[in-house]
Design a binder for this molecule. Structure first.
Ligand code: C2E
Ligand code: MG
Ligand code: MG
Length: 757
């Protein structure tokens, strides 16, 4: 059971927990991912804005250079000198290139003439060959733009001349382009401006300009300015890209688009900083979530396991009997069905055994329900112990059990097992200090011989049990087809008996009992008779057990008692014996009813004798003994009937002071010439006499029996030899015929055998 609980608990837990863990982990990963993504985004934004900042600062620096250069390039004099056929290099040096160095720190300058040739080059502290075709090539696009803008600044006059009218000539702005180029290993910021007149000029053709390119190294002063403008940290110029986290980079490109180098700085990375700050909290949150998840997992597992356990318990309870712990009726049915299918596939027999605990009601009534419960528990334990491992035992109802025995080989095999069951149950059961002896009646049906349907087999096992009980307790029967007929006829019989009672179709016969010495009829035994409407007589040994089983015995018994007491007046001085079954004593007011009948018929109690059999002691039914004692105290005589027929125990004689002991007719019939039987008979007579009882011998059929019993002092005789049971009318005649010779003679001459009724 435990394994299945774990399994189903685990399954339920997995069904809940796994999706839950997946959802939680996904949510945590999602949140963490989102945070990291937005941090990266914010880093990227910061980097971009820092790049924009640098681009702006660089542009400002370039614009400023353009402005500084303006004084030299927008100058009539310079325009004329530069464009003269034989320009003066020293003038250009001192007024333009060197002046620009001295004033603004332009360390290098190149003057391109209108034909795009290097007219003049200036370098301060040059340690390398800087004026290379590559350097000029980098500048080309900027110079081309300046030349183009310059040319397009000419407008044609109506006279066909060209007027040089740059848009903002009045504000002394130059036509310039600026940018960065690589000279040697260093980036230089440059401003390339057309050398142009200060005032509007008119010429007959559009002449391209001379262009002065003035440069200053980016490293040093300029870079410092840019750093101050941007306010960024750890500014450096680098040649190669830096693959490092947290380094911002701004690529410098020449107008030609070639790589000039880059400005690197320590990127501010607000996202990463934020992440660094919140990472410990995130870790803590992750830990807490993990702890919560683990707690939830553990809790859910426990809950589901508990749930599964209580579910299993509920299932177990619904399938088992609470007292004995055995499977109950409904689960037995399922187990039986499975066992039958198994037997069918394996080709083996399966026995179904119904078990009834004998006289369990008596145990409950006399010793109380807790004692009854203890007996049930003990029997259940013993059945389980004695059963083969593959066997099944269940509690069907109060005192009913059922077993399934798989692999039933033969009737002998089953007999052997049931012997063991009976032996085990037969051992004393201790209830407190009391020893109880339980016995079982068992009925068995075997598949496939008696059928293979569970219901059919159970019904047949029940019929067999019924048969076992009918043959006396502590027995067992295997189902036979004839039993079914028997049960059916019993059902019919009980219905007919009920009708016969209602329609007053029963009658009484009276069998006289004679005193063995005085030769006088001293008593008559009332015996119930039933003749059906079709004339068939039904024997009391058939219908009395049926009446007992159906409870009709109470009604029938009272009818007999009433009628016997009513008739007793017709035979003054003679006792009337009435048979009373143990079940009649179960009626709580039985004694009161007897008293009422005696009173109603004005019959003195000593004229009535109650006959009970030994079965009255079964189950130590104290309430029956109590009722018998009350009757005896009232003066009613009590006889022990059929002594020696059942499990005779002399202890019965000590437990209740019977007035009369009726020796069973089997002892008398066994007697003829059998020394052992005679010895037993004699000792019973002596024992009874020693206990002060009147001894009656039943079933006297021969004169020899009369002689023997007379000679051993048996008090009374009853049997066909004296008289068969007689009808009321015939008894009257019999008594008249019988009495006279008895009162005088010593010799015994009994009348001719009378006809039985
Ligand atoms: P029982 O009380 O032992 O009654 C004696 C039985 O022995 C009677 O059978 C009777 O006919 C028979 N009998 C008497 N003398 C002889 C004989 O010499 N030879 C043979 N073979 N039989 C003899 P019956 O009338 O068939 O009754 C059978 C049993 O039915 C009775 O046995 C008694 O236990 C029960 N019974 C009869 N009437 C009643 C009744 O009204 N109430 C109850 N509770 N049981 C009754
Ligand atoms: Mg009797
Ligand atoms: Mg008898």
């Amino acid at each position: 059971m435990d394994v299945s609980i774990k399994k189903s608990g685990g399954q339920i837990a997995n069904a809940i927990i796994i999706p839950m863990i997946v959802v939680v982990i996904s949510a945590v990963i999602g949140i963490f991912g989102l945070l990291h993504w937005s941090a990266r985004l914010s880093d990227e934004n910061a980097r971009q804005s820092e790049q924009t900042l640098i681009a702006g600062a660089l542009q400002i620096t370039q614009n400023y250079m353009v402005k500084q250069q303006t004084g030299v390039v927008v100058w009539d004099k310079a325009f004329h000198i530069v464009n003269e056929a034989s320009s003066d290099p020293s003038w250009i040096y001192s007024n333009m290139t060197h002046w620009l160095f001295q004033t603004y720190g332009f360390t290098r300058s190149i003057l391109f003439d209108k034909d795009y040739q290097v007219q003049h080059a200036y370098a301060q502290n040059h340690r390398f060959k800087w004026l290379t075709p590559q350097a000029i090539d980098q500048l080309k696009p900027a110079i081309a733009k300046v030349r183009a803008r310059y040319i397009t600044s000419f407008s044609k006059t109506p006279s066909g001349l060209f007027r040089f009218t740059p848009n903002d000539i009045g504000t002394r702005n130059s036509i310039a382009e600026s940018g960065v180029i690589l000279l040697g290993a260093d980036p230089y910021v440059f401003s390339a401006a057309a050398v142009m007149p200060q005032i509007q000029s008119i010429s007959n053709k559009r002449t391209p300009p001379a262009v002065l390119v003035s440069m200053a190294p980016l490293r040093g002063e300029k870079l410092k300015n840019i750093l101050e403008m941007t306010g960024l940290d750890s500014f450096v110029l680098a040649r190669q890209q830096i693959d490092r986290e947290g380094v911002g980079q701004y690529l410098l490109r020449s107008p030609r688009g070639t790589d000039v180098g880059l400005i690197a700085w320590h990127a501010s990375q607000p996202g990463s900083q934020m992440m660094n700050r919140i990472n410990p909290f995130l870790a803590l949150a992750a830990l807490m979530i993990a702890a919560v998840v683990i707690a939830v997992v553990v809790f859910t597992r426990q809950m589901t396991r508990r749930l599964a356990r209580s579910e299993a318990r509920a299932v177990h309870t619904s399938r088992h009997d609470a007292l004995s712990g055995l499977p109950n009726r409904s689960s037995f049915h399922t187990l039986l069905k499975d066992a039958l299918e198994e037997g069918l596939t394996e080709g083996t027999g399966t026995a179904v055994v119904y078990i009834d605990l004998d006289h369990f009601k008596d145990i409950n009534d006399t010793l109380g329900h807790s004692a009854g419960d203890k007996v049930i528990t003990a029997v259940a334990q013993r059945l389980r112990r004695v059963l083969p491992a593959s066997g099944i035992v269940a509690r069907i109802s109060g005192d009913e059990f059922a077993m399934v025995l798989k692999g039933c080989e033969s009737d002998e095999w089953l007999d052997y097992i049931l012997d063991q069951v009976q032996d085990e149950i037969g051992r004393p059961i201790m209830i407190g200090s009391r020893e109880l002896f339980a016995s079982l009646s068992m009925g068995a049906a075997i598949a496939p011989r008696d059928g293979d349907d569970p219901d059919e087999l159970l019904r047949k096992a029940d019929i067999a049990l019924y048969d076992a009980k009918a043959n006396g307790r502590g027995r067992r029967s295997f189902f036979e087809a004839s039993m079914e007929l028997h049960v059916q006829s019993k059902d019919k019989l009980s219905r007919e008996l009920r009708l016969a009672l209602q329609n007053d179709q029963l009658d009484l016969a009276f069998q006289p009992q004679s005193d063995s010495m005085v030769k006088r009829i001293v008593s008559v035994e009332a015996l119930a008779r039933w003749t059906k409407e079709d004339g068939t007589a039904v024997s009391p040994s058939l219908f009395i057990p049926v009446a007992e089983e159906t409870g009709l015995i109470n009604e029938l018994g009272m009818w007999v008692l009433n009628k016997a007491c009513a008739k007793a007046h017709e035979w003054p001085g003679i006792t009337v014996s009435v048979n009373v079954s143990p079940n009649q004593f179960k009626h709580p007011r039985f004694v009161e009813k007897v008293m009422a009948v005696l009173a109603a018929n004005s019959l003195p109690p000593h004229r009535l004798e109650i006959e009970v059999t030994e079965s009255v002691f079964a189950g130590r039914n104290d309430s029956v003994l109590k009722a018998l004692r009350r009757l005896k105290n009232l003066g009613v005589k009590v006889a022990l009937d059929d002594f020696g027929s059942g499990y005779s125990s002399l202890s019965y004689l000590r437990r209740f002071p019977f007035d009369t002991l009726k020796i069973d007719r089997d002892f008398v019939s066994d007697m003829n010439g059998n020394a052992e039987a005679e010895a037993i008979l004699v000792s019973i007579i002596q024992l009874g006499k020693a206990l002060g009882m009147t001894i009656v011998a039943e079933g006297i059929e021969t004169a020899d029996q009369v002689d023997f019993l007379q000679s051993h002092g048996c008090h009374r005789l009853q049997g066909y030899y004296i008289s068969k049971p007689l009808s009321e009318a015939r008894l009257k005649t019999f008594l008249q015929d019988f009495d006279p010779p008895y009162q005088q003679g010593l010799s015994v001459t009994f009348p001719a055998r009378s006809r039985a009724v």
